[in-house]
Ligand binder design. Structure first.
Ligand code: FAD
Length: 265
């Protein structure tokens, strides 16, 4: 079985810099990490691989990313931790992509990897935060999607069963493969790399594909292929005023009501 883990490079700090001219996120790759949700997805993929190996079933785990060339370092680290290979989609033509354009690029990357039984995405990226890519990829592949998976129960050649979060609590679902699962951050912690893994990763080949190599439809990638338009992005101003309200419960309630009325005027 081929398992693909979609991993996005995200800023390691919560301070995301925006380009005021283009309204896009500035990505210089200097302090990037693998999105924490994707790190968990990788750990689950490695556990599935081990479980299947015990039964004599071979599994390949490939990490797929769309990002700047520096993302190769993060993919190498994924290999050090146990992934078998990595594919980086990197081309200026991908820049400015919204989620639909990102999905098209990743979809083409998946086609290049070929014969994928299971795609694991993070539930969301900590910078973009839309949680759209996983379900969109499932739509593009026309396969089932289970979102916000917290625990895997069973995986065989044809089906996967997992607990996932719902508005009401959690639910056990079973779907046929191929499928896309989006993984909750708390589902597992990514293992540390072994010394052997680090040495192996140093020599490992990271496949890097341009838009042309990946065979994308150029009208569906990058800024041009993005139907979403960011009109303006800004850090919201926060003017916080605090006042103490004392008195009886009735007096406090009257004062709160007056303050709310005042604020709504
Ligand atoms: P989510 O949907 O929250 O991510 C869910 C999961 O999908 C992740 O956990 C991961 O498994 C997978 N995933 C998401 N992105 C990737 C990826 N790149 N590679 C591999 N797996 C992935 N971003 C830029 O970097 N540069 C830009 O110039 C830029 N311009 C934008 C312009 C517009 C108009 C818009 C709307 C967005 C732009 N973005 C840009 C943001 C970019 O679209 C999103 O970061 C991207 O589509 C993924 O969405 P998300 O971060 O919300 O991921």
């Amino acid at each position: 079985m081929n398992i693909v883990v979609c991993a996005k490079a995200v800023p390691s700090s919560t301070e995301v810099k925006m380009d005021p001219q283009t309204n896009t996120i500035v990505r210089d790759g200097r302090a990037a990490v693998v999105n924490p949700f994707d790190a968990t997805a990788l750990e689950l993929a490695l556990r599935i691989k081990k479980m299947r190996a015990q039964k004599g079933d071979p599994t390949t785990v490939t990490v797929l990313s769309m990002g700047i060339p520096a993302t190769q370092d993060l993919l190498r680290d994924c290999i050090a931790r146990g992934a078998d290979g990595a594919l980086l989609l990197s081309d200026r033509a991908f820049a400015g992509a919204d989620t639909l354009a990102t999905t098209h690029a990743l979809f083409c990357g998946l086609r290049k990897i070929g014969d994928v039984g299971l795609v694991l995405c993070g539930k969301m990226a900590v910078d973009g935060d839309t949680a759209q890519i996983g379900p969109e990829l499932a739509g593009a592949l026309d396969v089932p999607c289970v979102a916000d998976v917290g625990e895997l129960v069973r995986v065989d050649e044809e089906r996967i069963a997992a607990w996932h979060a719902t508005d009401e609590g959690r639910e056990l679902v079973e779907v046929g493969l191929p499928a896309v699962l989006t993984i909750s951050k708390d589902a597992a912690s990514l293992r540390m790399p072994s010394i052997e893994g680090v040495l192996h990763a140093e020599q490992a080949h990271i496949a890097v594909m341009t838009a042309a190599d990946a065979g994308v439809d150029v009208s569906r990638i990058g800024l041009a292929g993005s139907p979403t338009q960011v009109v303006r992005s800004f850090v919201p101003e926060r003017a916080v005023e605090a006042c103490e309200i004392s008195g009886t419960v009735g007096e406090q309630a009257t004062r709160v009501a007056a303050l709310i009325e005042e604020a709504m005027r």
